[in-house]
Design a protein around this ligand. Sequence first.
Ligand code: SAM
Ligand code: SF4
Ligand code: SF4
Length: 342
Amino acid sequence: MIDQFQRPLHDLRISVTDRCNFRCVYCMPKEVFGKDFAFMERDELLSFEEMTRLARISVAHGVEKIRLTGGEPLLRKGIEELVAMLAELRTPAGRPIDIAMTTNGSVLALKAQALKDAGLKRVTVSLDSLDDATFRAMNDVKFPVSKVLNSLDVAHSAGLGPIKINMVLKRGQNDQDIVAMARHFKGTPYILRFIEFMDVGSSNGWEMADVVPSGEVVARINAELPLEEVAPNYNGETSRRWRYRDGEGEIGVISSVTQSFCHSCSRARVSTDGKLFTCLFATEGHDLRALMRGGSTDEQLAAVMTQIWRERTDRYSELRSAETGRLRASAKKRIEMSYIGG
Ligand code: SAM
Ligand code: SF4
Ligand code: SF4
């Protein structure tokens, strides 16, 4: 399956819940996602069977990698059952699927072994600071760093590696911790990745002034811990790799704002309620749940999904940089990351 810019469909991200126990300031700010916020009802969510059905069809059409995300995926009850169902899928060439998960790590220590046993290959854990006060302020529910660090160790021991760590940078909030994070994870089995704060959704009050460009991140680390660039692991890798010159591992930078990678974007996303989105910045998705619950056959679903991908022309980040001349979030109402899946 190839889209209008010759990009194949390779990755599927499934948002398994729109709920989260954190209120990260750049994702689900408390002022918007407060006590009165209407999260989805249970019957609105795709069931595990429905998710697996969409995954099976996608795998038959080229998907080789599935990432479970959210919201916080580990809040979805029985998530390991879904992992086990997905682990049975095979590509047309007979290979198993690469199944990964992005999690905030808050309950990962409790779930790591069950997830591994069910067939999960790897986890990516989000961690925005090692400084307890900074981290508590960023997750905005006073969650301590020590519990996430413990989860990392448990997940590593359970074999859920190589574990990547995502640090979203917001200027003035946690950029003072860049070198400390690099130093802490240098020489460990964990691969730290620095992510530019993106203008995804409409509620996080994004401004270009809040973005710490990856170029600056690399320069700040390089000044203290010398780095050299490494070739990507595969074509279309979103993260640019840099390794320490002394051989003690590598870091990654994900420059979604300053160096868009739309040209190689091979991801589709399924929201918690079963809408198919072909871009993180899309304003509308295609309702696959309605088709499934309305009695569509696998062939009919496959035809719809194939047609959507073939017509795909998304390249939001490229256009944002090119069109505005200077970077700023467009005024259009967009879908929240917690719903569409990061
Ligand atoms: N709750 C899980 C977690 O935090 O890992 C999974 C979902 S979260 C939406 C997925 C990833 O998106 C996390 O690494 C998070 O830090 C990142 N993210 C959320 N909002 C973002 C934003 N505005 N810009 C860049 N990354 C963001
Ligand atoms: Fe929750 Fe993840 Fe969003 Fe933070 S980034 S609020 S942990 S979904
Ligand atoms: Fe892919 Fe859209 Fe992000 Fe571009 S802006 S990399 S098309 S998700």
